[in-house]
Design a binder for this molecule. Structure first.
Ligand code: CAA
Length: 248
């Protein structure tokens, strides 16, 4: 059964930035499908969204590192709610460490979760978007994919790779009503930032010209803008949103 509301699939939807994106898209009238990794956390998260009046959000626990699971998951979403019109790739992890200490597992885990997943999700939705002649894909990258970061060879490589995918897919779909863009947040006040050792975190904050971390809502506002039908002339772009920490 299809639903009138256009469907937005937000991977990593229950995370810090993902939550704000889900709420913003839901407020904009989308049927939001929030991707999660931890079922217990997701269940509580959904209850909290409902308590706040967001009735148009559902959960989806697709393993994004598994191509077949993504294809099957997108089929399920489409059958239940209609075709995916907006895909926001927001799922991501860090496994920080300097190159001399990084294990192959830390490398592969980050590349699989942060980059290979983006191929899997885009590949799973692209035929439907082409068929419908419409789509919005927004890849949440990072300031550290733009400038590199001490201790993040894995994360920076994945996040930079994401934008290469964005620019290429944007060219392939430009005449088909589909836009593909990258958003590169700087340091945003979420659990991911809280995991950085406090001394390092404080030193980083000092390098941000606006002298504060960003908020998830500030990222969500930009994503919702790019997801809009009227944003059709923006494609293949990277939009930095980092309080002036990196200007390039
Ligand atoms: N620049 C230069 N030198 C640095 C440095 C830096 N930024 N940070 C640490 N060092 C130096 C230390 O002073 C120390 O020097 P000495 O050996 O001369 O004393 C040395 O590097 C430590 O090296 P180690 O390999 O022993 O590193 P470590 O195990 O102590 O920890 C680290 C390294 C885990 C990378 C730690 O520095 C860290 O967590 N850094 C934060 C990384 C970061 O910014 N992550 C972002 C997470 S949030 C995110 O990713 C979201 C987003 O998109 C923005």
């Amino acid at each position: 059964m299809t639903n009138q509301a256009p469907v937005a699939w937000v991977t990593g939807g229950t995370g810090g930035i993902g939550s704000a994106i889900c709420r913003s898209l839901a407020a904009d009238g989308y049927q939001v499908v929030a991707g999660y990794h931890n079922p217990e956390k997701a269940k509580k998260w959904l209850e909290a969204q409902k308590a706040d009046g967001y009735d148009n959000i559902v959960l989806s626990g697709i393993d994004l590192t598994d191509y077949d699971a993504c294809v099957a998951g997108v089929k399920e979403i489409s059958e239940a709610h209609g075709p995916v019109s907006v895909l926001v790739n927001c799922a991501g992890i860090t496994r920080d460490g300097t190159m001399k200490k990084m294990t192959p597992e830390q490398w592969h885990e980050v590349i699989d979760t942060n980059l290979n997943s983006v191929f899997n999700t885009c590949r799973s939705v692209i035929e439907g978007m082409l068929e419908n002649g419409y789509g919005r894909i927004i890849n949440i990258s990072s300031i550290n994919g733009r400038k590199g970061q001490f201790g993040q060879v894995n994360y920076a490589a994945a996040k930079a790779g994401m934008h290469g995918l964005t620019m290429s897919l944007a060219q392939e779909t430009a005449t088909k009503g589909i836009t593909v863009n990258t958003v590169s947040p700087g340091y945003i006040a979420t659990d991911m930032i809280n995991n950085i050792p406090e001394k390092v975190r404080e030193a980083i904050r000092e390098t941000i010209p606006v002298k504060r971390y960003g908020t998830p809502e500030e990222i969500a506002r930009l994503v919702t803008f790019l997801a809009d039908k009227q944003s059709g002339f923006i494609t293949g772009a990277n939009v930095d949103i980092n309080g002036g920490q990196f200007m390039g």
